[in-house]
Design a protein around this ligand. Sequence first.
Ligand SMILES: Nc1nc2c(ncn2[C@@H]2O[C@H](COP(=O)(O)OP(=O)(O)OP(=O)(O)O)[C@@H](O)[C@H]2O)c(=O)[nH]1
Ligand SMILES: [Mg+2]
Length: 551
Amino acid sequence: MTALLEGAKKLVARGSDLGARIEGLDAAADGARGRLDDAIVDDARAAADRAAARIRLSADHTVVGIAGATGSGKSSTYNWLTGLDLSAVGVRRPTTSWATACVWGSEGASELLEWLGIPARHQVMRDSMLDTRREDQGLEGVVLLDLPDHDSTELAHHLEVDRLVQLADLLVWVLDPQKYADAAIHDRYLAPYTTHQDVILVVLNQIDTVPEGDRDSMVADVRRLLDEEGLSGVPLMAVSAREGDGMAELKAEVVKRVAAKKSSRARVEADVKAAAGRLEEESGTAAPRELSKERVAALEDAFADAAGVPTVIAAAEQSARLRARRATGWPVTRVFSLFRPDPLKRLDLDLGSAGRHLSGRGRRSAPEPTPVEKARVDAEVRALADDVSDGLTRPWVSSVRAAASSGLPELAGRLDRSLAGTDLGVSKIPWWAGLVRLLQWLFVLAALGGAGWLAVLAVMSYLKVDAPEPPEVGSLPLPTLMLIGGVVLGVLFALVCRVLVGVSVRRRVAVAEARLRGAISEVADEVVIRPVKAELAAYAGVREGLLRALG
Ligand SMILES: Nc1nc2c(ncn2[C@@H]2O[C@H](COP(=O)(O)OP(=O)(O)OP(=O)(O)O)[C@@H](O)[C@H]2O)c(=O)[nH]1
Ligand SMILES: [Mg+2]
């Protein structure tokens, strides 16, 4: 009982393992679509679809296809195995045009036959026959296919053979003494299937026509051919379908494989692995890559320079300093500075569009990137793509490069819009400037008051009019103290404010720079980083899928 349970568990595990392989191939084909060679991706997709379809169908049946050149004796072999003269054996070639199926144990086979595309009129059900022989029981679960020839002049035969050779769980290739070395069969149907050795049998038929003394050397020659093709694991049997020589052994081999019920899974697994192998050859085996922080930072720097961020920041700092100083400076000097041209206007003239950026006038166009800056952006983008695709195969390198540069034509516009939409907030005057101004005016008024008072006292003493003594503070008369104190405090206060303005401006400029860099980084992300990451993710998906498919 426990042994049975163990067996069942193993079966489930094997099933899910195969399911995971198919899923892996499926995912790899999805990720590779549009990035790797279409023919190889189509091949992988078809293999995954075929595999998924086959494992959904009857696992109790094994589809055994008999294939070979015209006149090699496929139909004769088929007839011998079925024990009936079901298939026409002809002298005129080619005789068989459509595949015929003989099914032992029809229960659950109908869907499989439908999938194989064998019409009902070409199906023979052995269990429905009254003459079912005891010795046929070993073939229970076999769907035996007599295929048309692969080397026919009839195109329909080729298509039918190619289709069914892909679907059969086990293939019996029938060679004959005349044409056993034909390139047509070896190049197309044997040599490419080194991955499928577990599901191929080769028979050298019509051995009765070979003089007895030559048989061994001929069999050895066929063996040598197969070994050279990498098919040393494929069994080779010399038979005569007409005389029955070696046919019992062939049948025993088929019965053994069918009883093990491994062929359909082995075939699906071989298909999936082979397709995954071809995809891997194209996709490569490098570990998935990631973008380095340094590369991204270098790219953002190049973008920032191209967008004129350093110029804008320098101008912003200059402007903010000037405005804040004017707002908090000593009112007396400020009166004179009113006669000087407006610094923002001058900035406008000096910095061109960067100045307009700051003044808020026409903040629509960033400074045009110079050819040098443009070249640096291109170089950084290329360096990033090359760096991150280093070690990947050619198709992936091209797809990463294409993704990295796909957005470059719109870059200037994007940077422009994003900068224009960023509020720098540097030209705002600090909130405490109003308070400072009030105090400054109080100092000026005190100085003016003191000066006026002293002037009145001087005029009165000149006119010899008795004037009341001004009150004294310490040893200084109040008007003198007001004049000197007002001037000295005003100047000192202006100097202190200059320092405070410096600190405040530096902080604001840092904030503004961070905002601009944030905007630039968003653009870089959208235009270059995200498309590149999508390619890297696709590569990682393909790699991971292939690893699962290959087990
Ligand atoms: N001597 C001899 N003749 C054979 C043997 N097997 C088949 N033949 C003959 O070879 C000819 C072709 O046999 P078929 O079984 O029709 O060959 P086929 O591969 O089905 O041919 P197509 O359907 O045309 O592709 C017939 O005349 C058979 O009698 C064999 O083992 N020995
Ligand atoms: Mg035939």
